[in-house]
Design a protein around this ligand. Structure first.
Ligand SMILES: Cc1cc2nc3c(=O)[nH]c(=O)nc-3n(C[C@H](O)[C@H](O)[C@H](O)COP(=O)(O)O)c2cc1C
Length: 135
């Protein structure tokens, strides 16, 4: 199974998840500034929420990912909301990209909230999640 990992981060939290997934799967986590170089079966898209919305750069990436995505798996951090899945569902539907019903979410530190998150336990959990998806 061909997999890839892309992330968007402003303060580094989401990149931690992306790097953990990539290490588990033996691929490189790249920022969404790097379009996909080849078609993939599964894309782990690691993202977050800023003032209630997914960043415009993530929306732009979904419109033009660079290659065909068999299935997108949403991976997110946030301080308050439980997931970016609902937003991602609309965005992927608009872009014609199949979205997996499986997702990973954990808290991300923000100002005084959730210090140290994602933590080691989150990174271990996202690695298990990636392994389950990738088989
Ligand atoms: C400018 C800014 C705005 C944010 N707005 C929200 C928000 O509306 N809802 C929420 O749940 N978290 C919000 N957060 C918290 C982030 O979603 C959380 O810190 C996340 O882990 C950031 O990921 P990153 O470090 O990969 O950028 C905000 C963080 C920043 C920096």
């Amino acid at each position: 199974m061909k997999t890839a990992v892309r992330y968007y981060t402003q303060t580094g939290n989401t990149k931690k998840l992306a790097d953990a997934i990539a290490a588990e799967l033996g691929v490189e986590a790249k920022s969404i500034d790097t379009p996909l170089e080849e078609d993939v079966d599964v894309l782990f898209l690691c993202n977050s929420v800023y003032w209630a919305g997914v960043d415009g750069k993530v929306k732009q990436f979904l419109k033009s990912p660079g290659a065909r995505i068999g299935q997108l798996v949403n991976v997110s951090t946030a301080a308050l909301i439980e997931s970016t899945y609902a937003q991602m569902k609309k965005l992927t539907a608009g872009a014609g990209i199949p979205l997996s019903d499986k997702e990973f979410h954990c808290k991300g530190s923000f100002k005084a909230l959730h210090k140290g998150k994602p933590d080691e336990a989150d990174l271990a959990a996202v690695k298990r999640f990636a392994r389950e998806i990738a088989g």
